[in-house]
Design a protein around this ligand. Structure first.
Ligand SMILES: Nc1nc2c(c(=O)[nH]1)N[C@H]1C(S)=C(S)[C@@H](COP(=O)(O)OP(=O)(O)OC[C@H]3O[C@@H](n4cnc5c(=O)[nH]c(N)nc54)[C@H](O)[C@@H]3O)O[C@H]1N2
Ligand SMILES: Nc1nc2c(c(=O)[nH]1)N[C@H]1C(S)=C(S)[C@@H](COP(=O)(O)OP(=O)(O)OC[C@H]3O[C@@H](n4cnc5c(=O)[nH]c(N)nc54)[C@H](O)[C@@H]3O)O[C@H]1N2
Ligand code: SF4
Ligand SMILES: [Mo]
Length: 745
């Protein structure tokens, strides 16, 4: 009889957090499908979920540590790898100081509790100010704007999609991306249900996207011009007497200041800059204001531009001034069962957020949420002087492809004295490392999402146990991080991760629970590492059993028991203002001074001329940033790294469908295959990011077949949103010309 088992596991590959049903026979995955009974995702799945099998089986995925000797990677034991790090890193730190080290963490860590909750321990052990992450290629503007308005970086207002009548989406394509800063599996199904009950979905995007195609209306916008559109919509609300605050009225500061700040942004003043007519802007505003329940949602297209923080802010200004903030069917806040700062401490008031506690050495860019902009990394390595970065840790990140001006970064990485990567591939970034430490396959790891329940369309608590056992001797990633921290702190490579963690847990319990600490330690003694922290977080969280004081409340054991239905449903989003606020005033800050000041920049730019031809990015269902092009089930099918361009632009530039073109931005250029499409707004070209797998030394056999062009090779590492430090990844002026050849590179 074959030994067959059925497992329920949350997909760790994107923010939708779908529940999967995985069949295993004789220790091999034989099928992956959506888990129909999952209380949160109800069977929804995309092709990437199925690709977890290919990821698990991928022969290129690393299973042992590697040490580079004489320029060649050699397999090593964990002891040898840690010994090599201990031999090379502490002397370097002793000679050059803590700021001679840097650490960069990437997107997959947001989906792994071990990486997400233990990464900070290594960063703190290093004691460096050079902490970088993919957040500054992504959502930092949204986090900063939310922090300034509501008091915490993860207090993000989310469309209450199942109850809304009108959803306005800017710069997001959830039909393909499956949502971001908004955990919403099966967006298509939810959008259809919205339309079926008479509601409307409206999309603003320079491309007629997959989401735009199912919407009730789509409007093109010039890239990088959302700030003008949004400010003009706010202006129109005031001009037409449409402002209403609804239930949050007693808790809102700064309405008059906002009104004054947007005076110059009339629809007529912005129409040329953003490419929407004044009438369209007024209609959009009136529709938003008159819908019984409405929400505005904006994502990466509005964050990765020069005015990212202003856009993110104005979205919630619109939600607030139309009476939709914190209202059912409007933009609401999730209440997470564990780890959320807006459920901890005193309710309704807090420290708020601040930035600039330190600055980048070379550019002077301010620290935001403990980080410096990842686009500062190359210059911090290149530039001589006190604090020059000489040693780098990368954790689940591939900035040579994911970050602007990858070639410059690649060169800088070669100049490091020492580099350690925690990663599962030898790719464009980790090929530069001296030591690579692989993580376990997701199927060998347990799963609980730390961040996404704070961003979910519905409240839930879901836990998945490992599907398969890890290979003997393979540490969990949190253990690796603790080992590295111990080496950095001079405790030696022989230090035991579990012992270190136990000691830290006792200290934390004493700090957090005082007289009750012993009881907490006792109650969780069967657990270790992140599971133990999770049990504590759940039990002391808003739905928790308070270690027996609230009988019937959540515990980790209860959440684990609910695995046959994916986890526990905790209901629809509920109004949370003022309880969730953590601003010093205890109010929603509608007019943070730093944002009003930054609006001057947009005012000055209002009369600026938009360039003739600009480039933006694109996502495809079968890709995930830079790292899933090696999985056969996703790599098959039509080539996806094409440059989409409108027929008028193609004719003007003499570009043929399917032929190659050179795309140029100043001294930088790449070649890509042209795909002519009326999906594009004239004057805008779209090329996906995450491609460019032709660099020597990477070991990605499938991806190397069709490497594609690296969009980030074109982009400028010096262009940032000054408030959040976020990179500008779109709306960048380019030129294009035909080149010989018809095959993609
Ligand atoms: N031009 C342009 N650039 C962009 C974007 C864009 O829209 N346009 N989008 C940006 C966005 S939103 C993001 S989030 C960033 C992402 O940028 P990164 O955070 O750098 O993410 P990836 O490039 O996907 O690289 C992920 C890395 O994690 C490794 N990895 C995967 N799974 C694991 C694991 O379980 N353990 C460990 N240790 N490693 C693992 C992979 O091998 C890979 O090296 O890219 C950004 N870059
Ligand atoms: N399949 C797949 N899913 C993914 C990822 C992936 O790589 N592949 N990456 C994941 C990650 S890390 C993230 S952060 C999320 C991102 O999730 P989304 O934000 O939904 O990302 P995109 O699909 O890139 O959608 C961004 C949209 O912005 C538009 N845009 C570009 N510039 C502008 C502009 O100036 N103004 C406006 N209004 N629109 C503009 C683009 O045309 C595009 O349609 O997706 C996640 N999900
Ligand atoms: S949408 Fe796809 S990649 Fe994202 S969580 Fe669901 S199955 Fe995984
Ligand atoms: Mo992202």
């Amino acid at each position: 009889m074959p030994d067959t088992s059925n497992h329920h596991r949350i997909c760790p590959l994107c923010e939708a957090c779908c529940g999967l049903e995985i069949k295993v026979q004789n220790s091999k995955v034989i099928s992956i499908r959506g888990h129909d009974a999952d209380v949160f995702s109800a069977g929804y799945i995309c092709p990437k979920g199925v690709a977890l099998k290919d990821l698990h089986d991928d022969p290129d995925r690393l299973r042992t540590p590697l040490i580079k000797r004489n320029g060649v990677f050699e397999a090593a034991s964990w002891e040898e790898a840690y010994a090599e790090i201990e031999r090379r890193l502490p002397p370097l730190m002793a000679a050059h100081g803590r700021n001679a080290t840097a650490i960069a963490v990437g997107n997959p860590s947001a989906h792994k509790i071990g990486l997400l909750t233990y990464f900070g321990k290594l960063a703190r052990a290093l004691g460096t100010k050079n902490v970088f992450s993919a957040s500054t290629l992504d959502q930092m503007p949204k986090q900063l704007a939310s922090g300034l308005m509501f008091g915490h970086w993860l207090s993000v207002a989310l469309p209450d999609i199942t109850r809304t009548d009108y959803l306005l989406v800017l710069g997001a394509n959830p039909l393909v991306s499956n949502g971001s800063m908004w955990t919403v599996p099966d967006f298509r199904g939810k959008a259809k249900a919205l339309q079926a009950r008479g509601g409307r979905l409206v999309v603003i995007d320079p491309r007629r996207t997959e989401t735009a195609a199912v919407a009730d209306a789509h409007h093109f916008i010039r890239p990088n011009a959302d700030v003008f559109l949004l400010a003009a919509m706010v202006n129109t609300l005031f001009a037409e007497g449409l402002v209403k605050l609804g239930t949050v009225a007693p808790w809102v500061n700064g309405v008059a200041e906002v009104q004054l700040a947007v005076t110059g942004f009339t629809p007529e003043a912005v129409t040329k800059r953003c490419g929407l007519s004044a009438e369209t802007i007024r209609t959009l505003t009136r529709d938003l204001a008159s819908a019984p329940r409405a929400a505005v949602y904006a994502r990466i297209g509005t964050c990765t531009q020069e005015y990212g923080t202003l856009c993110s802010w104005l979205v919630d200004v619109l939600n607030t001034l139309t009476g939709n903030l914190d209202a059912p069917g409007g933009a609401m806040f999730a209440k997470s069962a564990a780890f959320a700062s807006n459920t901890a401490g005193k309710s309704g008031i807090g420290k708020g957020v601040s930035t600039g506690r330190h600055h980048a050495r070379v550019s002077g860019a301010p620290e935001v949420y403990g980080e410096l902009p990842i686009t500062c990394m190359a210059e911090e390595i290149e530039t001589a002087g006190d604090g020059q970065v000489r040693a780098l840790f990368t954790v689940a990140t591939n900035p040579v492809l994911s970050s602007p001006n990858g070639p410059r970064l690649a060169k800088a990485l070669d100049a490091l004295d020492f580099m350690v990567s925690m990663d599962i591939y030898i790719n464009e970034t980790t090929r530069h490392a001296d030591v690579i430490l692989p993580g376990v396959s997701p199927l060998e790891d347990f799963h609980y999402d730390v961040a996404f329940p704070q961003l979910s369309w519905r409240n839930h608590a879901r836990y998945s146990p490992p599907v398969l056992p890890a290979a003997p001797g393979q540490p969990e990633e949190w253990q690796t991080l603790l080992k590295l921290a111990a080496i950095v702190q001079g405790k030696g490579a022989a230090a035991d991760a579990n012992t270190l963690d136990d000691a830290q847990f006792v200290r934390d319990a004493q700090r957090l629970f005082g007289a009750h600490a012993d009881a907490v330690i006792q109650a969780t003694q069967h657990l270790k590492g992140p599971q133990r922290n999770l049990d504590v977080a759940l039990r002391s969280g808003p739905y928790g059993d308070a270690f027996g004081r609230k009988p019937g409340g959540l515990t980790l054991a209860k959440v684990i028991e609910s695995n046959p239905t994916g986890g526990i449903d905790l209901g629809e989003l509920q109004p949370r203002i003022p309880e969730m606020l953590r601003t010093p005033s205890g109010k929603v800050e509608l007019a943070p001074p730093s944002l009003l000041q930054d609006l001057q920049r947009a005012t000055q730019d209002l009369r600026g001329l938009a360039p003739d031809l600009v480039i933006i990015g694109r996502r495809d269902v079968r890709t995930n940033n830079s790292w899933m092009h090696n999985l056969p089930v996703l790599a098959k099918g039509p080539f996806r790294c094409t440059a989409l361009i409108h027929p008028l632009d193609a004719a003007r530039l003499d570009l043929q469908n399917g032929a190659m073109a050179e795309i140029q931005n100043g001294p930088r250029s790449v070649q890509a295959q042209v795909q002519i499409s009326t999906e594009m707004m004239p004057g805008v070209v779209s090329l996906p990011h995450g491609w460019g797998h032709s660099l020597p030394g990477a070991k990605l056999h499938v991806a190397a077949h069709r490497p594609g062009a690296n969009l980030n090779e074109l982009l400028d590492d010096q262009l940032r949103d000054p408030l959040s430090g976020n990179a500008v990844l779109g709306g960048v002026a380019i030129s294009m010309r035909p080149v010989a050849g018809t095959q993609p590179p």
